[in-house]
Design a protein. Structure first.
Length: 326
């Protein structure tokens, strides 16, 4: 009888230990997410962290698995009050890293053509995957289309960023580099007022500040474009699409036309959690080549020429007039 009693007691003790370990694991998961937010968020100085940690730990006591904490973490991200911070569960991260082809999605289409008056037109769509081979394909395709248009000796260029809802800025920035007049044209400023400018060289190396952020496998880099450029934007130009727009702010051969962009002008970084989920944090706000900061959510980038006629015809008419004058 005593032996049976000890077996039952041992089983209950083991179950209690396992339950406590599971509870600790869940709390640690939430705390690790909070630690990242506290260290990296652009709005970290606006948060009462002691209160947020205490409240979050208390709420986590009701969660028995890591997956049950996901809604809690999303709620905490809302307290940061920025436009971009987000949470991706592991299954979403998997699709994100597999890329377009593996998940049966259409790869972003880069449209290009010569239009009337010997003007080159090219559209840069957003790219929303974390698959590096597809990044290379995106950049090399854009370069090839620039080369094809360059061979026809255009008098001017139209870069269409309308409806570019963003995604991954690195491949977009690399693609646009032949159209930019110099380095240090786009960057971010963080909560400590530290600036980090994006730089890209013809070897395919992209830097964010001093560290090498990514290397692209480039087949051939086109000649630098020095002819006049009109950049088209609209309200659906957002996030990384706005980064692309701001990169042209102050460039002498460029005129931006359309309407104010969406106003999601912040820089973001992915952080992998213990179960493979991604914590996406807004770590800074966009700054242009003159260190003008775009920090107000919803304000967006204001084009030099605002259009009333937002039809394709309206855009093309004004773009052509500007380029022919130049």
């Amino acid at each position: 009888m005593k032996r049976f009693y000890f077996l039952i007691t041992g089983f209950l003790l083991l179950a209690h230990v396992n339950a406590n370990a599971q509870t600790d694991s869940v709390k640690n998961y939430v705390v690790s997410a909070l630690d990242l937010m506290k260290a990296k968020s652009v709005n970290k100085h606006r948060i009462n962290w002691d209160s947020l940690y205490t409240d979050s730990r208390k709420k986590a006591e009701n969660n028995h698995t890591i997956r049950e904490t996901y809604p809690l973490i999303k709620d905490i991200l809302g307290d940061l009050k920025d436009a971009h911070s987000n949470f991706f569960p592991p299954e979403m991260v998997k699709d994100y890293t597999l890329g377009y082809r593996a998940t049966g999605q259409e790869f972003p289409v880069i449209e290009s053509k010569m239009i009337e008056n010997q003007i080159a037109y090219i559209r840069l769509p957003g790219i929303a995957c974390y698959h590096f081979a597809e990044w290379d394909k995106f950049v090399n395709t854009f370069y090839k289309k620039i080369e094809e248009l360059n061979a026809k000796k255009p008098k001017g260029w139209i870069l269409d960023l309308r409806d570019n809802g963003g995604g991954m800025f690195y491949p977009m920035f690399a693609a646009l580099s032949p159209m930019l007049d110099k380095q240090n044209v786009i960057g971010t400023v963080d909560a400590e007022r530290q600036y980090a400018f994006f730089k890209y060289n013809t070897n395919g190396d992209l830097y964010e500040g001093k560290p090498l952020a990514h290397h692209f496998n480039i087949k051939k880099v086109p000649q630098q474009i020095t002819k006049p450029i009109v950049v088209m934007v609209n309200k659906k130009t957002s996030s990384s699409g706005e980064f692309c727009t701001v990169a042209f702010a102050g460039q002498k051969n460029v005129t931006v036309i359309g309407q104010n962009t969406m106003g999601l002008t912040s820089g973001n970084q992915e952080y992998k959690l213990s179960d493979g989920a991604f914590l996406i944090l807004t770590t800074g706000n966009i700054v242009d080549r003159n260190k003008k900061e775009y920090s107000k959510v919803g304000e967006g980038f204001s084009p030099q020429v605002k259009l009333k006629d937002l039809s394709d015809t309206g855009y093309m008419k004004i773009a052509t007039e500007i380029l022919l004058k130049k």
